[in-house]
Design a protein around this ligand. Structure first.
Ligand code: PEP
Ligand code: MG
Length: 841
């Protein structure tokens, strides 16, 4: 059925007004009238009508004017479908002319009448006749002389006298607003905010309640909550003898609304109007089921409500407002869940730069890990550690980071790299640790040797200089702007509890260290979905042992090195199991390219030569021989497990021994062991045999029984295609979409940052596929993999553990494909819980 779309409609409680035909403002005004609030007479023009006006079809003006008092002044405001899409500014005081000037002077006095006329001439000249605003800048804001001057300027510049008939004025205003909506800039701006190409504009014509004149007159805005915190608090301003949003203007001598020690208030000035306003606001909150900002005018002591818009709110406030409305029984908890943008939660979990703090931007890169931090520049991991030892916050600046930098990253308060994309090392580790991180700031110059960072505009920053990394939007700033602390208050916890009651897909965390695991628990993850064990080998003292193991010539030497690593790993796993208190912990066997463990600088080579008791030249030669051109596709993952099986043996033993020891005096542990980078079922079969053998050995040595689950990381296209075979040897499949994206596109995770922004800019990719799951291509492999895995083993557990696990759209995809859980960085767990709940509501 077609929605009625009358051209011009007086807004009445029963009039056929709808948001999709007349816009949100028209609909809201109708709701206010239904609540019997004192809204001035208003006429709504539909999208179709306004479109017609922009294309030369002006409706009969009498059909509009017939509804208004012939002596009234009018205003026109935009009414788009979504208020966020913007629209042309309101035009007030339509109908002012020489004759009305005379009658209003008699009624309100010269000052008020002059002010009204002068304002209208200026805004008409600038917004409708499109004259240069500079022409009117020098004209004073009041006085009869100023009025004459404005009329004269208009006449000279527009080459016609200032229009005198209200009908002509209204027609011109309507036309100019309708056409402004069709302008290219306006169109691009609203499309950037998600408006469809054919978004319509409605207009409302409203009789003015004059905020100028005799008795108490003025205007203001009021809302019942604080926009920054969401706390209940009457906020807003009022200014006597003013119109529109004058009260909010900088430097305006406006009043508080409520009685306030800091100055005079509307409550003292006009107690009755204020009491009525407060009651109306409470009614609006209840019946419109939202926190609204009310625009009001007081005319000779009488209150008029001109408009209501949803209050502007910070992310923090949006949680508190939604939860508050639900706790007061105004909306349901399910609606509250839908009203919070999942991505807004990540702002709550990290320190942020204060919204109004000045920003001295020196560069920009990819926003890789949210939150902001300020510190002194250091150019090496070692310097970061010394800086931390001195108790001095530092920002680690590197060309890119490698596993060797992990300790430096732990010591730093933020990381900035020249290279890399959203799944580069720095980005993944930064997100895991909750460390603000910007990568791929390629337009800044990084002179690491000379220890100079040059900003995009050519300024030099040296070691020790203070900068701020804003990982939420990718900006690098000079100095230390003001920050806002993270806040996990009761409303946040309440919202999360509601989310957990709704959602039907599990959320686990990717956690490598005890600290990560603790964060995961604090955010109520349902276990660890991916523990990347290679990160454990970068602890102090372990790297050298690891290198000795890699360089071992024979099985004996290798075993000796592994025996040193075993107790360390066992202790790691015991800590994780203990923190997770019986929740599932999925441990991935060693994955990174061996290449990454080779020393790269002289000091590293010398250290290794000492440890191995060999000349540096020997070590250097062997490092060169072991180096790989494309390590991401080289000796890593299960390939290492097949060719150097002792590493996986050691890890399996450490896991099983830790399982027994933790289960003795704590919750029973059923560890999950995951094999990375599998492409053939035979790989799984071979590794599984060895792990089973280790399990049997540990059982008989310790005389204790335990169970474990073995799974496979599906992260090569072939693993997805052959999933039915692979699951014959596996209880679960976890899709590693980082590698899967890399291999599906043939796009390097480490190097794609160089051209990704250009690719997105030119629309080759709609978004960085490492950031947002490519549901068409990579997604098809996931669907095929899931289907075939279920065909091979009907109750196989399916999950995703790539970076996409924390992205709302990807979570929707995984839920639709019937996955059991998603696993993401600990700090994204709340976001994932909310996003999952929104899908289930
Ligand atoms: C993946 O490839 O998606 C994954 C989770 O593993 P990593 O990022 O460690 O390669
Ligand atoms: Mg991987």
């Amino acid at each position: 059925t077609e929605t009625p779309d009358p051209d011009v409609t007086l807004i009445r409680p029963a009039a056929p007004i709808a948001t999709p035909t007349h816009g949100g403002r028209a609909k809201c005004l109708q709701r206010l009238l239904r609540l019997d609030l004192p809204v001035p007479c208003t006429v709504a023009l539909s999208f179709k009508t306004v479109y017609g006006i922009a294309h030369g079809r002006m409706p009969d003006l009498d059909s509009i004017l017939q509804y208004f008092d012939p002596d009234a002044l009018l205003c026109v405001r935009p009414s788009s479908e979504d208020p966020d899409w913007g629209g042309p500014g309101a035009v007030l005081n339509i109908g002012m002319n020489d004759a009305r000037y005379v009658t209003l002077t008699a009624r309100l006095g010269t000052e008020a009448a002059t002010n009204l006329y002068l304002r209208f001439i200026k805004s008409y000249a600038i917004h409708v006749a499109r004259l240069d605003p500079d022409l009117f800048d020098s004209i004073a804001d009041d006085g009869k002389k100023a009025l004459m001057q404005a009329l004269l300027t208009y006449e000279e510049e527009a080459e016609e006298p200032f229009p005198q008939t209200p009908a002509r004025q209204l027609a011109e205003v309507l036309r100019s607003m309708a056409r402004a909506w069709e302008g290219t800039t306006a169109r691009l701006l609203r499309q950037a905010k998600g408006a469809p190409v054919n978004a319509g504009l409605g207009l409302v014509v409203q009789e003015m309640a004059l905020g100028l004149g005799n008795g108490e007159c003025g205007s203001g805005v009021l809302q019942l909550v604080n926009s920054d915190t969401g706390a209940l608090q009457i906020t807003g301003r009022y200014l006597s003898q003013s119109q529109g949003r004058d009260a909010l203007q900088r430097g305006a001598a406006s009043l508080f609304l409520e009685r306030d020690q800091r100055g005079p208030s509307l409550e003292e000035l006009a107690p009755e109007a204020f009491a009525e306003l407060k009651a109306d606001a409470a009614l609006m909150r209840k019946r419109l089921r939202a926190e609204m900002q009310i625009e009001f005018t007081i005319e000779n002591g009488r209150l008029h409500i001109l408009d209501g818009v949803r209050v502007r709110r910070s992310s923090r406030a949006s949680v508190r407002i939604s939860v508050g409305l639900a706790q007061d029984g105004i909306i349901t908890p399910q609606e509250a869940l839908l009203r919070v943008e999942p991505r807004a939660l990540s702002e709550l979990l990290h320190r942020q730069i204060a919204e109004d703090a000045p920003r001295d931007m020196i560069g920009k890169g990819i926003a890789a890990s949210p939150g902001a931090a300020t510190g002194r520049i250091v150019f090496s991991a070692a310097d970061a550690q010394s800086s931390a030892a001195r108790g001095e916050a530092c920002v680690l600046v590197r060309r890119e980071t490698s596993p060797e930098d992990i300790r430096g990253m732990h010591a730093a308060c933020a990381v900035l790299t020249e290279r890399g994309g959203i799944t580069s090392h720095a980005a993944v580790i930064g997100r895991g640790m909750g460390l603000p991180c910007v990568v791929g700031a390629a337009r800044m110059h990084f002179h690491l040797r000379r220890k100079i960072l040059i900003s995009e505009d050519g300024r030099n920053f040296r070691e020790g200089d203070v900068i701020t990394v804003d990982g939420t939007n990718g900006q690098i700033l000079a100095g230390a702007p003001q920050m806002v602390e993270p806040l996990l208050d009761d409303s946040f916890q309440t919202l999360m509890a509601w989310a957990d009651a709704e959602r039907d897909i599990g959320v686990r965390a990717n956690a490598d260290t005890p600290a990560d695991a603790q964060t995961a628990r604090n955010f109520m993850a349902q276990g660890i979905g991916l523990c990347r064990t290679e990160h454990m080998f970068f602890e102090p003292g372990r790297l050298t042992v690891m290198r000795e193991m890699i360089f071992a010539d024979d099985v004996e030497d290798r075993r000796a090195a592994l025996e040193l690593l075993l107790p360390m790993q066992r202790a790691d796993f015991k800590k994780l199991f203990t923190i997770m208190k019986g929740q599932p912990v999925c441990i991935r066997l060693f994955d990174p390219p061996l290449h990454e463990f080779l020393p790269t600088d002289r000091a590293g080579l010398r250290d290794l030569a000492e440890a191995l008791d060999l000349p540096v030249s020997d070590v250097t030669r062997r490092v060169e021989a072991m180096g790989e051109y494309n390590p991401m596709l080289g000796m890593r993952g299960v390939r290492l497990g097949i060719t150097v099986p002792e590493i996986y043996d050691m890890q399996a033993r450490a896991i099983f021994e830790a399982t027994i020891e933790t289960s003795l005096d704590g919750d029973a542990v059923v560890p999950e062991i995951m094999i990375p980078l599998v492409s053939a079922s035979r790989e799984v079969e071979i590794v599984r045999k060895r792990i089973d053998a280790v399990a049997s050995a540990v059982r008989s040595e310790r005389g204790v029984d335990f169970t474990y689950r073995l799974g496979v990381m599906a992260e090569t296209p072939r693993a997805c295609l052959r999933a039915h075979e692979i699951v014959q040897h596996a209880h679960f499949l976890s899709f590693g979409t980082n590698d899967l994206t890399q291999m599906t596109y043939g796009l390097s995770r480490d190097d794609a940052g160089r051209f990704m922004s250009e690719y997105v800019r030119q629309g080759v990719f709609p978004e960085d596929p490492f950031h947002r799951l490519d549901t068409d291509g990579v997604g098809e492999l996931l669907r095929i993999g899931a289907e075939r895995a279920r065909a091979g083993r009907p109750h196989v557990t399916l999950s995703i553990c790539g970076e996409h696990g924390g992205d709302p759209e990807s979570i929707a995809f995984c839920r639709a494909a019937g996955f059991d859980y998603v696993s993401c960085s600990p700090f994204r767990v709340p976001l994932a819980r909310l996003a999952a709940a929104q899908l289930a509501v």
